[in-house]
Design a protein around this ligand. Structure first.
Ligand SMILES: C[S@@+](CC[C@H](N)C(=O)[O-])C[C@H]1O[C@@H](n2cnc3c(N)ncnc32)[C@H](O)[C@@H]1O
Length: 154
């Protein structure tokens, strides 16, 4: 329990730093979906529909939340203007589904944790996942962990 608390505080501090930095670089518009929201660090900054398969964690997220599998999301195609998938895409197989949920001109922001040694590989991996236009790519660097970030546009 103590280890869980320490881990959650460590992760929270790092995720908040990464997310606040990402939000300075991304123009978030309209209806927003957060796939693999965890305890809702993104929702501390913006309104989004939080989706995760872990109910206990998801309960902590602010705002609207839905217990659902990122492989089979319960939304119609062309439903969202902005979709985030923060440090979760490696856990999802059916990524075509995510692309379909995005409206035309919508943005998909996908991130994956990395470090100074593997960030280029992680950027290339993320870029190859979707057949959408790439609007931006960058890394977010905290003392504890980096994130590779790609902003796709439909
Ligand atoms: C590394 S955590 C990232 C959490 C959050 N996005 C953040 O920034 O802290 C990965 C999250 O993905 C969730 N997850 C794993 N497989 C999933 C799936 N198939 N569909 C939806 N969420 C999933 C986990 O429960 C966990 O909350």
């Amino acid at each position: 329990m103590m280890m869980e608390k320490i881990y959650s505080e460590w992760m929270g501090e790092t995720q908040r730093k990464k997310i606040s930095h990402i939000l300075t670089k991304v123009d978030v518009k309209g209806k927003v979906l957060d796939i693999g929201a965890g305890p809702g660090f993104l929702e501390e900054f913006i309104d989004a529909i939080a989706v995760d398969i872990d109910l206990e964690n998801l309960k902590k997220a602010k705002g609207k939340k839905i217990l659902a599998d990122g492989n089979n999301l319960p939304f119609k195609n062309d439903s969202f203007d902005t979709i985030f998938c923060i440090d979760t895409i490696h856990l999802i197989d059916n990524i075509e589904n995510i692309e379909d949920l995005l409206k035309k001109d919508g943005r998909l922001i996908v991130t994956l944790f990395c470090n100074e040694y593997n960030f280029k590989d992680r950027i290339d991996y993320l870029k190859g996942l979707f057949s959408l236009d790439i609007e931006k790519e960058f890394t977010v660097r905290t003392e504890k962990e980096w994130d590779a970030v790609i902003v796709f546009k439909k």
